[in-house]
Design a protein around this ligand. Structure first.
Ligand code: T1G
Length: 698
């Protein structure tokens, strides 16, 4: 009997407790222990019912992802679950925290399921490029019906205990502890002689869809609408469909075969990399041992514009009350009105109640002036993106904020050291760079100034995680990590326009690669006037973009930019006026236009970004290459199944990336394209960015 599964026999009940910190993953020891324990209690004549519960903060969080890709060690989870399912005594799953992936599959193999009020249940395997591989695709549709099952499995999103009770996934929501609730439930079914219920033998919830297949196919179409090349989503939907017409055991065999195929595929490898990269990014490499985040109970946000409003919503969504400050009543009212409209639109779209809206609005209080910031533990400045305005705000905050308050700037480019130097407390100043729309995008770049104190840095990471963001610690430079690489991408995209490529060809290549939109459509969304003003401040030009701005074409906000937009639509449409402007530029420059292949466009956009990422690593602006990948995955929508720009470079091979950059640098006479010293060193020694990550984490 392994130590991670303990059995206690009490008054005819066997209580099996899994204790495998931190999240009770189904490691080999857990699988062995569970299998042995079930065998023992099945044979024990004292035992009349079995309760499976977990110690610590949660029920089983799923298979042990760290075992994937390593030599398999029996027993496999499907067999352990079949043992549970086949047990001749009622087995009850007592769930708290989360029951995810294999954890929910174990619970589905049990004959009854109870959960605490705050529990969440889901099959998130598609987020790892997999599908449920231990019976989930066959048991879940039998528990909740194929429509909800395919929605849960293809979205990977968990549902609440209340929704689980409502759908029939669980039998009871209990107050108090799961273990106690499980034990009470077990005694009740024994006393009432309620027969064992095995999902594998209950097709009642499948009959409607069996008689009318469109019930299922419509559900599949709805969840696959936004699929951008993720093979696991299609495979998972197909597998759920087997529950309608393939015998249970045969379907389990098929499910296992598809699971193993996905597991060994490139997409799942990249998605599992991204899972751990996200968690590594929250670990600050050189944080002194014992550093604790400062306590943050009250938050003030300065600026009720697009960013300030979105940041306020992020806090409110996490249940954290905020005070939103503006310098005058009108912009404050306008900002609060936008927030209310956003919540109402979300509620209408998602069928959420008015209470859901008011719960959030009640957490956001507006005030005019900065006085309300004086008692805040954390102040987030989200004012106009010019240094003059930010320095003025921080000088005032320095006078006003209480000692020990964390003073954060949401700047997306500017020098956090300079902002900190405007105060007498630079150690309390940090950058919290949210990405627009801040209530949606998960990335938060945690910008550490030279003087930012370790506990302030830890506070930045902790508060980002607390509001559901993905933190990535970055150093100070123009544009930090994400926007610095974005500027390099923009420069290469502009060059392609001057070589005879149209915006729509560049954008088509980048969206086909898996990005949500291409560079030119993204500029139209953000507004061309922002870059125009910034270029003028820096005395720089961009021939075609400046011409568009001079013509008043600022993008979506003016109904035309690189593209034109129909009234009320955000879909970019090629515009002959833009094409004429570009072709006239070619003529003026005497360009001999040539066909530029999609492959060339992709390499010439991505490789310079990768090179800039290597420079960012050399300069210590990012600690790990995987941190750079996290920035692009969660800040710009880099396709999760491609891992991130640095992961992608490793997959291509750094030697090829370096060679292509050297070639293009010679062709363009552009020294900035020459491979960085780190890229050259790794490429020539046959190493990878992954090896660089490992060197940083030991
Ligand atoms: N396996 C291994 N390690 C895991 C793990 C897992 N399933 N889940 C978390 N960890 C580690 C994580 O790397 C971190 O480690 C620590 O635990 C805390 O995690 C057969 C095949 C459970 C909601 O996808 O969603 O079952 O950084 O920081 O914010 O069909 O972890 O401290 O070294 O995320 O409190 C399906 C993944 C697997 C769930 C907790 N299950 N985990 O969140 O903590 S595939 C999942 C989570 C599967 C079956 C298939 C979250 C959490 P370290 P954390 P958290």
């Amino acid at each position: 009997m392994s130590g991670v599964v303990k059995t206690e026999i009490r008054d005819g009940l066997a209580i099996l407790t899994i204790d495998n910190p931190p999240v009770n993953a189904l490691s080999i020891d857990v699988r062995r222990g569970l299998s042995q324990a079930i065998e023992n209690v099945s044979e024990d004549t004292q035992v009349r019912a079995v309760v499976i519960t977990c110690a610590g903060c949660t029920f089983i969080s799923g298979a042990d992802i760290r075992e994937f890709g390593k030599p398999f060690q029996p027993p496999n989870l499907t067999d352990v679950i079949s043992q549970i399912d086949g047990c001749n005594k009622p087995v009850i799953a007592a769930i708290h925290g989360v029951a995810l992936g294999g954890g929910l599959e174990v619970a589905l193999g049990c004959h009854f399921r109870i959960a605490t009020k705050d529990a969440k249940l889901g099959l998130p395997e598609v987020k790892l490029g997999l599908l449920p591989g231990a019976g989930g695709t066959q048991r879940l549709p039998r528990a909740v019906g194929p429509e909800l099952a395919v929605r849960m499995i293809v979205s990977g999103e968990p549902i609440s205990a209340a929704a689980a009770l409502n759908s029939g996934l669980i039998d009871e929501v209990v107050d108090g502890s799961a273990a106690t609730g499980g034990e009470t439930f077990a005694r009740t079914i024994l006393a009432e002689e309620i027969p064992i219920r095995r999902l594998r033998d209950d097709d009642s919830k499948l009959l409607a869809a069996r008689n009318n297949r469109t019930i299922f196919t419509d559900a599949v179409a709805a969840v696959n609408k936004k699929n951008r090349g993720l093979e696991a989503l299609v495979a998972a939907a197909d597998a759920v469909g087997w529950s309608l017409d393939v015998p249970f055991d045969e379907a389990l065999t098929r499910e296992s075969n598809v699971f193993l195929k996905l597991m060994s595929g490139d997409q799942s490898k990249a998605q599992r990399y991204a899972f751990f990269a996200e968690r590594d990014a929250a670990k600050i490499v050189d944080l002194p041992a014992g550093t604790e985040p400062r306590r943050v109970a009250t938050v003030a946000i300065i600026g009720a514009g697009t960013m300030g409003g979105g940041i306020a919503m992020s806090f409110a969504n996490a249940g954290v009350p905020v005070t939103l400050l503006e310098l005058a009543q009108e912009p404050l009212d306008h900002g609060l009105n936008i927030i209310r409209k956003n919540y109402e639109a979300t509620a209408a779209r998602s069928g959420l109640s008015a209470d859901w809206v008011s719960e959030r609005l009640n957490l956001i209080n507006g005030a005019v002036g900065l006085a309300e910031a004086k008692d805040a533990d954390l102040v987030v400045e989200a004012v106009y993106e010019t240094m003059v305005v930010k320095l003025d705000v921080f000088k005032k905050l320095d006078q006003l904020a209480k000692p020990g308050a964390v003073l954060a700037t949401n700047t997306s480019f500017l020098d956090v050291n300079k902002i900190g130097a405007a105060t007498k407390r630079p150690q309390d100043v940090i950058g919290l760079h949210f990405f627009s729309p801040a209530n949606v995008m998960r990335l938060c770049e945690i910008v550490r100034g030279y003087k930012t104190a370790p506990d302030v840095l830890a506070t930045g990471v902790a508060i980002a995680r607390r509001i559901g963001k993905v933190p990535a610690v970055v150093g100070v430079c123009h544009g930090f990590v994400g926007n610095r690489m974005l500027m390099v991408r923009g420069k290469q995209a502009d060059k392609l326009l001057l070589e005879g490529v149209l915006p729509q060809q560049v954008d088509a290549v980048i969206t086909k690669f898996g990005m949500p939109m291409g560079p030119f459509a993204m500029l139209d969304l953000a507004g061309l006037d922002i870059g125009w003003r910034s270029r003028k401040d820096r005395g720089e030009t961009s021939e075609i973009e400046d011409a568009l701005c001079e013509a008043g074409r600022f993008g979506q906000k003016t109904g035309k930019g690189y593209y034109r937009y129909e009234q009320g639509s955000r879909s970019p449409l090629p515009d002959t006026d833009v094409e004429n402007l570009i072709t006239n530029t070619w003529a003026r420059r005497g360009l001999k236009r040539r066909a530029v292949s999609d492959d060339e466009i992709l390499d010439r956009i991505l490789y310079p970004m990768i090179n800039e990422g290597a420079r960012i690593l050399e300069e210590g602006i990012a600690a790990r290459a995987s941190d750079i990948d996290v920035v692009w995955l969660y800040g710009y929508g880099w396709p999760i199944h491609r891992g991130g720009p640095m992961y992608y470079a490793d997959e291509i091979g750094l030697a090829q990336v370096a060679e292509r950059l050297s070639y293009q640098s010679a062709i363009d006479g552009d020294a900035s394209l020459r491979p960085s010293s780190l890229l050259s060193r790794l490429a020539s020694s046959g190493q990878t960015f992954a090896s660089f990550n490992r060197s940083r984490d030991h």
